[in-house]
Design a binder for this molecule. Structure first.
Ligand code: FAD
Ligand code: NAP
Ligand code: SF4
Length: 677
């Protein structure tokens, strides 16, 4: 059988009244398209495409069970809303009759964005503006009933089950921990009282929906809170919901307010699965694990270790809707792997945009961006095999065009070859593996070590020429910039430049931060070693103190270099980094003693070091090495030279615009052009 490598992954799971056809769950993700006008149609396409590609069970994004417990459009509270949800469940079941889809019921509690929000006690979340309203006994009864009614509506809408979220700082979890539950009635005090709300919701839901409907419950397996849940409380809760009628227990790690990364790219793959494994030993129903499981071999390994019965993958399903089918067919080298960057998914949601994916711009755009077979085959030249050139070439050739890809260096990847060397960015290797393979699959004619020149391009008989030649680093106009102490980031990252013990970095954008990480890092990358990751972030997997973190001090390892990270802007250094990951970089570098200085005016560089004015006061950075990370300029010469020959060409990626360039924009722009050309 083609999928023998993933024997456990493709073993069906019998729940008694129904069977999940394999062990892959598409985890719950709010995408933001729930709030768009044609939400149901878009969601239907989004989920159906994954179902058609063999996902065992889909969990939708969270939906509120009532007005006080819903955020924007994602809710299921009335009969009228059932019809919209029918569009989704019908699409999924007609794409794959044996695929399951469950509605996630998410009552945000104090994480609701309005004055209506409710909680066990009137305690404001540190990440929200509103103080929630304290529920009285009647209010608690209503919340429980509304959960049960929501599940009944889900059943009417054609869902195969529900997942109730009991974690992350949402309503149910705020009953569980003392810091958000100060009640003295039967819903507060002892742990038995604090978990009563969760158990009661499951029991009432089971009574309302009958025995042949899936109920999954998500427990805060390790909530990453100081004073959070003890391991035996997690077990008590999981056993409580099992006894109340849950079919599946799913493990969740973190509350949204926790200062510990649990899904970012520097988190090792499957870092938290062992916690699920310890819970699984105490239960007789199946357990789901999640977090940083992005490839089928990792999923199979988690199952083989007995850490879970089912594996949940969320973002990997944005990155590649065909992940499961490709694993089944032995085409795992064609999987477009989620690199856990959060740039296009979570960072979008937190800045008011709907989610998509850096490596797959079609994610959540299934109704509008499609790579259809060409009607007129063209001969296309692409210059530069960085992310933009690779995305363009693979999509255009996949559609049927004849693509020749010129790359001046001896390998594909462009700047991703720098990114992959940064500790914590190892996943970029996967993107290069994916593109390398797809060039073969689609028959792109790759010409390495070949600098495209205007003459051969103009004379090559191409119907279209696409310039994806990237950027050149900016060489800022500072007196003494050619001093021997000054080096560029490319030479530093490639290990070609000597870096002394004292360093100033000019420029604190994404690359300045990455370079600071690179030169202050010591030993093995935490992303490759769960033990190092745990020490660095103060997590104790072995003893599982309350929340996994209570009383554990993060251990700092550093190369010992003294580093100053500088910018001219007067805003906080690192303010422009990604919403959901920037804080992890700022914390890491601060712990390593990196000095972040804003409001810097560069005066000159000489044997004494870097002379500056900082907020109008003179300051000398007496350093051995000065690394320039001052942004980039577009590589447009080729485009201009072609224009002089009256030869039109398209510009994409860094060659089009270097300001605010990132791989997300490069790949998105390239893919859209390739879809249209
Ligand atoms: P490039 O990647 O610069 O590729 C251009 C290619 O064209 C090169 O391979 C070059 O050799 C080739 N070329 C140039 N001229 C010619 C010619 N005449 N003939 C043939 N070939 C030619 N972005 C993110 O979104 N997230 C990140 O986390 C991230 N981290 C980064 C970390 C580092 C250390 C660096 C340096 C960059 C990072 N980036 C990140 C930025 C990202 O890599 C770039 O935005 C992206 O590579 C731009 O893609 P591109 O294809 O336009 O250009
Ligand atoms: P960048 O984010 O534009 O940062 C450039 C830095 O150089 C800024 O700190 C800027 O700050 C400074 N600068 C600009 N012009 C200067 C000049 N003339 N003299 C001195 N300093 C100057 O660019 P980048 O760091 O080179 O990164 C390139 C792109 O790659 C980014 O846009 C980023 O999105 C992407 N990237 C992303 C990540 C990520 O984790 N998401 C990581 C790496 C790279 P001042 O003007 O205030 O001095
Ligand atoms: Fe994964 Fe990044 Fe895509 Fe989000 S944007 S799904 S983290 S690759």
């Amino acid at each position: 059988m083609a999928h023998h490598k993933y024997e456990r992954l493709f073993t069906p799971l019998d729940l008694g009244f129904t069977t999940i056809k394999n062990r892959v769950i598409m985890g719950s993700m709010h995408t933001g398209i729930e709030d768009l006008d044609n939400a149901h149609e878009r969601l239907a396409r989004f989920y159906a495409e994954r179902a058609a590609n063999d996902v065992g069970m889909i969990i939708t994004g969270g939906h509120g069970p009532n007005e006080e417990g819903s955020i924007e459009g994602a809710k299921l509270t009335t009969d009228a809303e059932v019809a919209g949800h029918r569009i989704i469940t019908d699409a999924v079941h007609s794409a794959a009759p044996d695929a399951k889809i469950c509605l996630q019921i998410l009552h945000p509690g104090p994480l609701g964005d309005s004055e209506k929000s409710v909680a066990p006690s009137a305690i404001k979340s540190p990440i929200k503006r509103f103080v929630p309203n304290e529920l009285d006994e009647v209010g608690i009864e209503k919340q429980i009933e509304d959960h049960a009614r929501c599940a009944v509506l889900a059943r009417e809408a054609g869902y195969d089950g529900v997942e109730i979220i009991g974690s992350a700082g949402y309503l149910v979890s705020t009953f569980l921990v003392e810091k958000t539950n100060h009640r003295t009635d039967k819903w507060g005090g002892s742990f038995e009282n604090r978990m009563r709300f969760a158990v009661e919701i499951v029991a009432r839901t089971r009574a309302a929906v009958g025995s042949d409907f899936i109920i999954a419950f998500r427990v805060p397996a390790m909530d990453m809170l100081q004073g959070g849940l003890a391991f035996d409380e997690v077990v008590q809760l999981a056993q409580g919901v099992e006894a109340a009628g849950a079919n599946i227990v799913s493990s969740h790690f973190t509350w949204h307010e926790s200062p510990v990364p649990t899904i970012a790219t520097m988190v090792p793959r499957a870092a938290f699965a062992s916690v699920s494994g310890r819970i699984r030993e105490k239960l007789s129903i199946p357990v789901v694990t999640s977090n940083r499981i992005n490839m089928p071999d990792i999923a199979e390994d988690v199952l083989a270790r007995g850490h879970a019965d089912l594996v949940s993958m969320g973002r990997p399903m944005l990155a590649d809707p065909e992940l499961v089918a490709k694993a089944m067919e032995g085409r795992e080298d064609e999987i477009n792997t989620c690199i856990a960057c959060n740039q296009a998914c979570l960072d979008h949601l937190f800045t008011g945009r709907y989610a998509t994916c850096l490596v797959n711009p079609r994610a959540c755009n299934e109704t509008e961006l499609n790579y259809l077979p060409v009607t007129e085959k063209k001969k296309v030249a692409v210059v530069g095999a960085g992310p933009a050139g690779l995305a363009f070439s693979t999509v255009a050739a996949g559609r049927g065009h004849a693509v020749t890809l010129y790359e001046a260096s001896d390998g594909i990847g462009g700047q991703f070859n720098l990114a992959k060397r940064i500790p914590g960015k190892e996943e970029f290797h996967e993107t290069l593996r994916y593109y390398g393979r797809m060039l073969e699959v689609h028959g792109v004619d790759l010409k390495l070590n070949t600098t495209a020149d205007p003459g051969s391009l103009a004379d090559g008989g191409f119907d279209e020429i696409v310039i994806a030649a990237g950027i050149t680093p900016r060489h800022p106009d500072i007196e003494g910039i050619d001093h021997k102490s000054v080096v560029g980031y490319i030479d530093v990252i490639m290990g070609r430049a000597h870096v002394g013990d004292t360093v100033a970095i000019i420029g604190a954008g994404g690359i300045g931060f990455d370079v600071a990480e690179h030169i202050t890092h010591a030993g093995t990358s935490a992303a490759l070693d769960i033990g190092i990751f745990a020490r660095e972030w103060g997590i104790d997997f072995k003893h599982h103190p309350r929340g996994g973190v209570t009383g554990v001090e993060p251990a700092v390892e550093t190369s010992g270099r003294e580093v100053h990270l500088l910018q001219r802007k007067t805003t906080r250094v690192g303010a422009g980094l990604g919403k959901t990951t920037g804080w992890t970089h700022r914390i890491t570098l601060a712990r390593r003693g990196v000095q972040m200085v804003s409001g810097v005016e560069y005066l000159k560089i000489d044997d004494d070091g870097l002379h500056t004015m900082v907020n109008d006061e003179y300051r000398l950075f007496d350093v051995e090495t000065i690394i320039v990370c001052a942004g980039q300029l577009p590589h447009r010469t080729l485009h201009d030279e072609l224009a002089e020959r009256d030869q039109a060409s398209h510009l994409i990626g860094g060659a089009f615009e270097a300001v605010e360039l990132d791989a997300k924009r490069a790949i998105d722009q390239a893919s859209r052009l390739a879809a249209a050309i």
